[in-house]
Design a protein around this ligand. Structure first.
Ligand code: URA
Length: 203
């Protein structure tokens, strides 16, 4: 598939996502957050769902967690953020009691309703590696109930695509941020991805 047609295929899904009312999250959103990046990306990151800033801007990972993810990509992997693809399991912001105040992980019914969009994104992009961020996306992609602490750093498989689970940037921020040992764990996981892709580790 050429780049243009991958772009067009993604555009078709984005147009389906924008007016989606498949689950209750549609009742509170400002807008959907489809995902962004290079349709030919070798690496695809999957988070859980948009937060406040993402809901306001329509872009994934642009809040505090997004800043850390961008540093992981640009400094840790040594590539521009727009060379990878970034998406979430849910395209609308999940909040506690749908009050639109406090973010929460997506619930099962929301994952069931929304994940077909993500699966179509993966099948169009066909990344060489998927990096799942935190429990919800790791559990969904690897079809496991195991927790991220156990799974991180170990290769999994999604229909032939190698999957590297790592901590969610928000979790790293909540637990010490840049100086946290969790950040070092994420870096170790990213190094495994670079080695697998035969990408040079940034100097
Ligand atoms: N957390 C996520 O999982 N996804 C985003 O897009 C932002 C924060």
């Amino acid at each position: 598939m050429s780049e243009t047609s991958k772009e067009q295929e993604l555009e078709i899904i984005a147009k389906e996502v924008a007016p989606c009312v498949r689950c209750k999250l549609s009742s509170t959103r400002t807008q959907t957050v489809f995902g962004e990046g290079n349709p030919n990306a070798e690496v695809m990151f999957i988070g859980e769902g948009p937060g406040k800033q993402e809901d306001l801007t329509g872009r994934p990972f642009v809040g505090k967690a997004g800043e850390l993810l961008t540093r992981i990509i640009e400094r840790g992997m040594g590539v521009p953020r727009d060379s990878v693809y970034i998406a979430n399991i849910t395209k609308c912001r999940p909040t506690v009691d749908l009050k639109f105040e406090k973010d929460r992980p997506p619930e099962d019914d929301e994952v069931i309703a929304c994940s077909p969009f993500l699966l179509r994104q993966i099948s169009i992009i066909q990344p060489k590696v998927i990096i799942t961020l935190g429990n919800p996306s790791t559990r969904f992609i690897l079809r496991t109930k195991e927790g991220i602490t156990k799974l991180r750093g170990n290769w999994g498989d999604f229909h032939g695509i190698p999957v590297m689970p790592t901590y969610h940037p928000s979790y790293v921020i909540r637990n010490g941020g840049e100086n946290s040992p969790l950040k070092r764990d994420v870096w170790e996981d990213i190094k495994k991805v670079l080695d697998r892709l035969d990408w040079k580790r940034p100097g």
